[in-house]
Design a protein around this ligand. Structure first.
Ligand code: BTN
Length: 251
């Protein structure tokens, strides 16, 4: 696949996802990466922003051109690839919180924002945006984010090399994107489940619009949707429907 064969690095940009989208519309090949030292309007999921201070985080967007238009598994592909890359580069076992969060010790270490463009029903490009907190010290996080956020530096006490992390990420993404291209969906779902911070059988609370749902987490289907058993019925929930998830951990 050759993810990372072409890399556009910029000092400052509004959002690497937006820059990647422009490049994709201009015909950039699959695997092209956009990296920034800093984002002035970094985007999170659900219209949130992604705090992106200069030189502290990994801010990357990867252009993909999948042949199949069902790309619902791509955020999971990115999640397992990020977890594998962090393990390789920093020796750390991170967890994943469905659908987009990379977590450690109950705090958010990173996130994934997958965006796409279609021509009619046919996918023209997908952008995998990956944000990872690498060198942030506590004071680098704004007060509203700080209690729920962490960084590799805060966890390990060391400065991880962003270079090494990035190269690991291109390699692990290559592997997991190939799995996606070959249609090996259950492998992706299984890999994601092994990293998921709440195991099958956990009672989870979900906020959907203005409705609060409580039920047993029963797993993920082959489109990466969450299966929730609420007593009366089994619900299949897609990421777009869900505002937040929490659960009671025993640990
Ligand atoms: C989330 O957890 O809400 C997703 C955060 C995704 C952040 C990354 S940083 C690189 C890329 N560019 C963006 O504007 N967002 C993603």
């Amino acid at each position: 696949m050759d993810i990372g064969a072409v890399i556009h690095s910029c000092e400052t940009c509004s959002s690497t996802n937006d820059l990647a989208k422009e490049l994709a519309l201009g015909g950039a090949p699959e695997g092209t990466v956009v990296l920034a030292e800093e984002q002035t309007a970094g985007k999170g999921t659900k219209g949130r922003s992604w705090h992106s201070p200069h030189g502290r985080g990994l801010y990357a967007s990867i252009i993909l051109r999948p042949a199949q238009s069902d790309i619902s598994l791509l955020p999971l592909v990115a999640g397992v690839a990020v977890a594998a890359a962090v393990r390789r580069a920093a020796g750390l076992e991170v967890g994943l919180k469905w659908p987009n969060d990379v977590v450690w010790g109950g705090k958010k270490l990173g996130g994934i924002l997958c965006e796409s463009g279609f021509l009619g029903n046919i996918i023209s490009y997908a952008i995998l945006g990956v944000g990872l907190n690498v060198g942030q010290r506590r004071a680098d996080f704004p007060p509203d984010i700080s209690p729920a956020a962490t960084s590799l530096r805060l966890i390990t006490g060391k400065d991880a090399s962003r270079d090494v992390l990035e190269r690991s990420l291109w390699q692990t993404l290559d592997v997991w994107y190939k799995t996606f291209v070959e249609g090996r969906k259950s492998e992706i779902v299984q890999a994601f489940l092994t990293k998921l911070i709440f195991p099958i059988g956990t009672v989870i609370n979900i906020l959907r619009d203005k409705e609060r749902l409580t039920g047993l987490f029963r797993g993920l289907d082959l489109q990466g949707r969450l299966i929730l058993e609420t007593g009366e019925k089994t619900l299949i929930l897609s990421p777009a429907e869900i505002l937040s998830i929490d659960y009671n951990s025993l640990g």
